[in-house]
Design a protein around this ligand. Structure first.
Ligand SMILES: Cc1cc2nc3c(=O)[nH]c(=O)nc-3n(C[C@H](O)[C@H](O)[C@H](O)COP(=O)(O)OP(=O)(O)OC[C@H]3O[C@@H](n4cnc5c(N)ncnc54)[C@H](O)[C@@H]3O)c2cc1C
Length: 220
């Protein structure tokens, strides 16, 4: 059996390794620490949280809450670990990232190599959960490609799919990292009456639509 090689045991790398292994792939995970460390990463642990901050709320009135629901539904290792511990709210920091709209597909594959995947903040998603989410999608798809199947694009209506869509379809010239938020999702269908949705009416509709889309995707 071919082996999937993952470089970097951060949030994305660990989630990708777990998902690919769950999908039947043989996985090798390379982490440079403790041999080589950075100013930010202080430990020799895998999936290190770089400060004592937050994976944000689970409440479904925010896109980050729906993203975590979607990841739990897909058996996320990082969210299971987070659920078993407790971290506090924090802020997002600037990082190095690819110009993903020019180099990546929404399956997290390179545009020029089917067997080369990128994940995590390197792809232009921002935040702990978003980085793990990118690893989850890349890991699931890497295992599929190794098994001779097509990589799948996650539904646009899910927060997972909306992040994948954003990083690969945004304007390449002005591309900037993004965390999960409702604005990345496709607009809601208009009411029959034509009356506009109020801001506070939208989150439950996004949640219901996203959960339905993910169920359809998982069971397809
Ligand atoms: C100070 C700070 C505070 C932050 N606070 C928050 C917060 O409160 N909430 C939040 O959501 N986000 C926060 N972030 C952002 C968050 O840390 C990142 O989005 C997230 O960690 C990215 O995950 P990742 O797996 O993509 O990358 P990383 O977690 O950076 O993991 C990359 C891994 O790859 C390894 N590696 C790199 N190069 C190589 C190589 N060539 N070979 C082998 N291994 C390699 C590294 O050692 C590391 O373990 C913060 C960031 C910083 C810097």
């Amino acid at each position: 059996m071919q082996t999937l090689t993952i470089i970097g045991g951060g949030l994305a790398g660990c989630e990708a390794a777990y998902q690919a292994a769950q999908g039947g792939a043989k996985v090798r995970l390379f982490e440079m620490r403790p041999k080589v460390s950075t100013k930010i990463h202080q430990t020799d642990d895998l999936a290190e949280l770089v400060c004592s901050n937050s994976l944000k709320s689970n409440a479904l009135d925010k896109a980050s809450g729906l993203l975590k629901w979607e990841m739990r539904r897909l058996d996320s290792l990082i969210i299971a670990a987070a659920d078993a511990s407790s971290v506090r709210f924090g802020v997002i920091h600037k990082n190095i990232f690819l110009n993903s709209p020019s180099v990546l597909r929404p399956t997290f594959q390179s545009q020029i190599r089917d067997d080369l995947f990128f994940a995590g903040q390197l792809t232009g998603v921002e935040g702990y959960v978003e980085s793990a989410a990118a690893g989850l999608m890349a890991g699931i798809n890497a295992a599929r490609v190794l098994a001779g199947e097509d990589a799948r694009v996650f539904p646009r209506e899910t927060v997972l799919g909306s992040l994948a869509h954003y990083i690969t379809c945004a304007d390449a010239k002005h591309f900037q990292p993004m965390n999960s938020n409702w604005a990345l999702l496709p607009p809601l269908e208009a009411r029959e009456s034509g009356k506009k949705w109020k801001k506070e009416e939208k989150p439950p509709l996004y949640v219901e639509r996203g959960q339905r889309a993910l169920e359809g995707f998982v069971t397809a």
